[in-house]
Design a protein around this ligand. Structure first.
Ligand code: SF4
Length: 214
């Protein structure tokens, strides 16, 4: 089995996107700063759990300055349901301090500045640039990584190379929509343990050609 050609990948794009016209970011937010907080909190947990705690968090501490000044014990108590709450509370507070003090409370529209913020990695920065600033970006999470390599859009062993491979093979104006469509397909059909190849709408494009994955 080999990688898809660029032509095959380009044909896959409308087919996959058509399956999930509703695909979009599932995190609730109303400002770019709240989006950044929500993405940071979403590591190793579901968007649904994050959406349960952020109304409490932002209700009590709406701005970066408020979170920076919040007692860490209070942040931990609010974040407890999302797991890794001690680490996340510390990252959130440290990130908010930098945003408040270096950027006057406004999230910087700059990849390098974003990844320099405490707790913010490549995936978080890409989601913020895509959702918050309307850029075309491919954030590689567990679903995108699994599907890209299963389908044959990439053949890579790590997240960074998968992101670079996807940027090469996918049309640039579809990076963000394909990021969402791959996540939806990963959640609904092509799960980690049991991909439902029999009912898969993009089976004809998949390098596995519907064969069950090990
Ligand atoms: S054919 Fe199977 S492995 Fe390929 S994308 Fe569909 S569900 Fe996933």
């Amino acid at each position: 089995m080999s990688k898809l050609t660029k032509k095959q990948a380009t044909e896959l794009v409308p087919a996959l996107e058509a399956l999930y016209p509703e695909a979009k970011c599932a995190l609730d937010y109303d400002t770019v700063f709240h989006l950044l907080c929500a993405v940071l909190l979403s590591a190793q947990t579901t968007d649904v759990s994050v959406n349960r705690v952020t109304p409490v968090l932002f209700g009590r501490y709406p701005e970066a300055r408020d979170i920076a000044d919040a007692p860490v014990a209070d942040l931990e108590a609010i974040l407890r349901p999302v797991g890794m709450y001690k680490t996340k509370a510390n990252h959130l507070k440290a990130m908010a301090k930098v945003v408040a003090e270096e950027y006057n409370g406004t999230v910087p529209h700059d990849y390098g500045k974003l990844v320099a913020l405490p707790g913010v990695g490549r995936k978080t920065a890409n989601v913020v640039l895509a959702e918050g600033f309307g850029e075309q970006r491919i954030a590689v999470d567990t679903h995108v990584f699994r599907l890209a390599n299963r389908i044959g859009l990439t053949e890579e062993k790590d997240v960074l190379r998968t992101e670079e491979g996807l940027m090469k093979i996918l049309p640039r104006d579809h990076w963000t929509p394909m990021h969402h469509a791959l996540i939806f397909h990963g959640r609904r059909v092509c799960s980690a343990r049991k991909p439902d190849c029999e009912h898969c709408g993009i089976r004809r494009f998949c390098k596995r050609n519907g064969l069950p994955n090990e």
